[in-house]
Design a protein around this ligand. Structure first.
Ligand code: OXD
Ligand code: MN
Length: 600
């Protein structure tokens, strides 16, 4: 039981408001997760998977209305609207709290209220933060047990006077006396869903959704939206980035962080198996990086999470064997399809469906006649990070790892070459600010197929005005010197030929691009200076053993002046949205790009 009076008071307050049947403090033990699993299986909310094929794995089906983050119901409720900026939804915090208190009143009737102490980052790391999530969802408890360090050990670290970030969550479905969920995933209708952040209070209130980023509040809500606001105040970076370690055949290691918008293959890159002999890639994290300067002036990163909440469809022994091995036991599956013998299946798993399936909505599904996918396109696995065969030994080192390169990228079918390198930090910040990607299924309320700008891949996750966020990145560069700051690169695995075919094989072959980056960091390869940055020479990328034509390689590395001048116009439109809070330095960078292009 907690000794922290502030925590005890808050729990009492929430319990009086939400009126649960009972309050349970989560200890993080195996007995606890076994008990909750059994409970959910008994209530028909979860299916225990085939223990021969998937030991200790369970499956959940969500409500069809509750399958992804809901950006149009996600709020940054800072005191002033201007502080939230033009890219966030805003409601006055007092007004929002009023509305939400009305919803929270009695919302846990008939349910257990779980109190989940959790640490984002290794317990005791100078970069970590403690949060406490109150929830009425045992599904959330089980997922938080994988995604964070959770339970009694965190309470001990918190002590009597420690600081924590309060995160209140309810699925928004009270039960009348004697009523049960009847095997149906409980959640509130869309108009009652609120994923709210109060950055000045450093508080999160989430209501109405039981799914992923809306409900596992340590992840997007705390580790990105609230942490980004804290990081600005404290002078560090909370970023939507994977972290990997690349080792050369000579045994030299470098750490790389990379930001791509959702569903651009961050998990695949973080777990990549190189196709070039002698090179090794190891995983530190696949979604979030917290980075602080060390005493030596270098930027040190930790992965604040302890698990992977990855997209299942498309994951196979071909695309990501390390992920497939990581999810072979002790894993929670959500909205995938099930085989007759309770094994999992999804589109892109690498084999045809073995007979009739039960799809993610619970209906019978036959590959021969199906008109809809069997697994939801945003179906997920939740698996412990340490189960990944490629996990780096230092993945939970409290000191973090020193970052040598930062990569930005997105799905860009044209214009953006396979790889280019920034001239310096500020040019790199410019590159981050113009990231854009084709929209996919990770967000519920956006139209698939269009391109949206997603600066630093943080558009849905920045907890304050993005213009100020860009300035914060520029300021961070002033805290160290160019030789110690990470070098910044922009990659694009998704460029297509004029007849719509992928030009680059991607996956393990992305190691060829990582090799070029490594060699640039070591000063081992020359590059071509272009209007947009440094691009590999014609033979710069190692294509040995790869069946790719010279002309495809040329197209992949091509910087087309006309396309880029169009890009400049589109960046101007994008920048105009930030008004006078867009740093002057970035307008300057854009002007310099335009004049370099015109001269080219
Ligand atoms: C995620 C996302 O779930 O970025 O990681 O949407
Ligand atoms: Mn993500």
């Amino acid at each position: 039981m907690a000794s922290n009076q502030k925590l005890l008071n808050w729990v009492k307050e929430c319990s009086e408001l939400c009126q649960p049947l009972t309050v349970e403090w989560v200890d993080g033990s195996k007995e606890e997760s076994d008990r909750l699993t059994k409970l959910m299986v008994k209530e028909g909310l979860a299916t225990a998977l085939n223990p021969q094929k998937l030991p200790n794995c369970i499956h959940f089906r969500s409500d069809p209305s509750d399958v992804a983050r809901v950006e149009n119901r996600t709020y940054i409720a800072s005191r002033s609207k201007d502080e939230a900026g033009p890219t966030n939804n805003w409601i006055d915090p007092d007004e929002l709290k009023g509305v939400m208190k009305g919803l929270y009143k009695g919302c846990m009737k008939g349910r257990t209220m779980y109190v989940i102490p959790f640490s984002m980052g290794p317990i005791g790391s100078p970069i970590s933060k403690i949060g406490v999530e109150i929830t009425d969802s045992p599904y959330v408890v089980l997922n938080m047990g994988i995604m964070t360090r959770m339970g009694t050990k965190v309470l001990e670290a918190l002590g009597e006077n420690g600081e924590f970030i309060p995160c209140l969550h309810s699925i928004g479905k009270p039960l009348a006396e004697g009523e049960s969920d009847g095997g149906k995933w409980p959640c509130a209708p869309i108009e009652q869903k609120y994923i709210s952040h109060f950055p000045e209070d450093r508080t999160i209130w989430s209501y109405g959704s039981g799914y992923g980023g809306n409900a596992l509040l340590g992840k997007k809500c705390l580790a990105l939206r609230i942490a980004s606001a804290i990081a600005r105040d404290e002078g560090w970076l909370a970023e939507h980035m994977l972290i990997l370690c690349i080792t050369s055949p000579e045994g030299k290691k470098k750490y790389v962080a990379a930001a791509f918008p959702s569903a651009c293959g961050k998990t695949n890159l973080a777990m990549l198996i190189p196709t070039i002999p002698g090179w090794k890639v190891e995983t530190i994290g696949d979604d979030i990086a917290w980075m602080k300067f060390g005493k030596d002036g270098r930027l040190y990163a930790i992965n604040p999470e302890a698990g992977f909440f990855g997209v299942a469809p498309g994951t196979s022994m071909d695309s990501n064997p390390n992920a497939m091995k990581a999810i072979s036991k002790n894993t929670i599956y959500t909205n995938v399809a099930l085989t007759a013998d309770n094994d999992v299946w999804w589109e892109g798993i690498g084999c045809d469906a073995p007979g009739k399936l039960t799809d993610w909505t619970g209906k019978e599904w036959d590959m021969a006649t199906a008109t809809k996918p069997a697994a939801h396109p945003n179906a997920r696995f939740t698996a412990p990070a340490h189960q990944c065969p490629a996990i780096a030994r230092e993945w939970d080192n409290p000191e973090g790892v020193p970052i040598s390169a930062i990569l930005f990228g997105g799905r860009r079918p044209s214009t953006v070459p396979l790889i280019h390198e920034a001239y310096n930090w500020e040019h790199g910040v410019f590159m981050g600010s113009i990231v854009g990607s084709e929209v996919t299924a990770a967000a519920l309320d956006l139209k698939a197929g269009t391109i949206r700008r997603d600066p630093f891949a943080m558009l849905p996750f920045c907890g304050y005005h993005m213009g100020d966020y860009f300035q914060h990145w520029i300021n961070m560069g002033k805290k160290s010197s160019e030789d110690k700051l990470p070098k910044i690169f922009f990659v694009n695995w998704f460029r297509k030929s004029s007849d719509g075919k992928w030009l680059w094989p991607g996956y393990g072959d992305n190691s060829r691009v990582l090799k070029w980056i490594f060699q640039r960091l070591e000063g081992q390869v020359k590059a071509k200076e272009t209007a947009i940055g440094f691009v590999p020479d014609a033979n710069g990328i190692d294509t040995q053993g790869l069946n790719i034509s010279g002309s495809n390689m040329q197209e992949l590395l091509n910087v087309n002046k006309e396309e880029w001048l169009k890009e400049v116009e589109s960046i101007k439109e994008h920048y105009n949205k930030f008004g006078n809070r867009l740093p002057a330095k970035l307008w300057e960078e854009l002007g310099a790009l335009e004049s370099r292009l015109k001269k080219a």
